[in-house]
Write a protein that binds this ligand. Structure first.
Ligand code: HEC
Ligand code: HEC
Ligand code: HEC
Ligand code: HEC
Length: 232
């Protein structure tokens, strides 16, 4: 009896260590949005941040009075009014039949990529919120922004021309896979993410990601991100 108890103690001690080990590894793997440039609150670690808003999520989401649209998650950042971003085109681009211009959208028609563009096209002030936090009661005051309070000039300001960027806002489905044998089967993708079957900015990026550079869903060493979808 005594021996059995001791054995159990050793086993539970070991499994406890294993659990602690796993927790430590997963904890280190994703420290969360707080340590990224998307923490735009007073606790932010980047140069673009607020001097008075302490909440992190409020720059993009709100629990109530969100911009209503069934394709976007409780969105709180004013959407861009750009008329056109253009669309990627090439003689070999098989997704051309479904690709749609992200310009000319409104609150009801915006796609997931429009959420990123609401800051990254450089036309809307970072602090332009639909529903400011109750605690602050007003749009946040910012530091580090460009003229007009928009995202500063530089690589993060991708502008309003998407014709020279990796295509987004097109269907990556079984028929595209059938048409292009150099793609992986969209039904078996791992690491990356499709939105209602569409490739969007957030297919490659997770705006809450703190593990890989540039919010990438998959570390792109050896082009591992590209190879998740492209069978080259
Ligand atoms: C800089 C903008 C930004 C901030 C800040 C932000 N999010 Fe998001 N969030 C997004 C975008 C864009 C999406 C849609 C794309 C996606 O799901 O990856 C999203 C999706 C989500 C979703 C639904 C889909 C999913 O990925 O599970 C949840 C839940 C969410 N966010 C929670 C949060 C919480 C909680 C916070 C604060 C701790 C937060 N977000 C901060 C931009 C942001
Ligand atoms: C989430 C999946 C996904 C990821 C990740 C991805 N791509 Fe793509 N990419 C596609 C799909 C789908 C197409 C459309 C292919 C087609 O229709 O010809 C495409 C199109 C392209 C094209 C244009 C093809 C043409 O015929 O004009 C190039 C080049 C390309 N991707 C390169 C890359 C590179 C480089 C990376 C990594 C930085 C990457 N892709 C990551 C899904 C992805
Ligand atoms: C509320 C505004 C806002 C939204 C929405 C937003 N971002 Fe950002 N993002 C920023 C700011 C501000 C920076 C930092 C810019 C700087 O430092 O010059 C940034 C930086 C980045 C960077 C560069 C990170 C680095 O380490 O240099 C990437 C990549 C990025 N964002 C991708 C996205 C994507 C993809 C989405 C949508 C899924 C998105 N962002 C949505 C405001 C936003
Ligand atoms: C097919 C994958 C893919 C898609 C789709 C994609 N990106 Fe990226 N993005 C990347 C990669 C990979 C990098 C890192 C480039 C590098 O390291 O040079 C990057 C870098 C960035 C950066 C950092 C600045 C820079 O030029 O390095 C921003 C900002 C950004 N992306 C925003 C977006 C936005 C906004 C969208 C949608 C309109 C988008 N991305 C769609 C793969 C993608």
């Amino acid at each position: 009896m005594k021996k059995r108890l001791n054995t159990n103690t050793v086993f539970s001690g070991l499994s406890m260590l294993a659990i602690i080990g796993m927790l430590t590894i997963s904890g280190a793997a994703n420290a969360g949005i707080a340590s990224t440039k998307h923490n735009l609150s007073t606790s932010g670690t980047g140069t673009v941040k607020s001097t008075d808003e302490t909440e992190i999520c409020v720059f993009c989401h709100t629990p109530h009075q969100a911009i209503k649209n069934d394709n976007i998650p409780l969105w709180n950042h004013t959407l861009s009014a750009e008329a056109s971003y253009g669309v990627y085109t090439s003689p070999t681009f098989d997704g051309a039949s479904s690709v749609q211009d992200l310009g000319g959208t409104n609150a009801a028609t915006a796609a997931v990529s429009n959420l990123c563009l609401s800051c990254h096209d450089g036309t809307i002030a970072i602090n332009a919120l639909n529903n400011p936090s109750n605690a602050l009661g007003a749009n946040p005051t910012m530091t580090g922004t460009g003229a007009g309070g928009v995202i500063p000039a530089g690589p993060a300001n991708i502008g309003n021309d998407l014709t020279d960027d990796h295509p987004v806002n097109f269907l990556y489905d079984a028929s595209l896979y059938a048409a292009d044998s150099s793609l992986n089967d969209p039904a078996t993708l791992t690491g990356v993410r499709l939105f209602n079957g569409y490739v969007q900015c957030a297919s490659c990026h997770d705006p809450h990601e703190s593990v890989n550079p540039a919010f990438l869903r998959v570390d792109n060493t050896g082009s591992a991100l590209c190879l998740k979808c492209h069978n080259k």
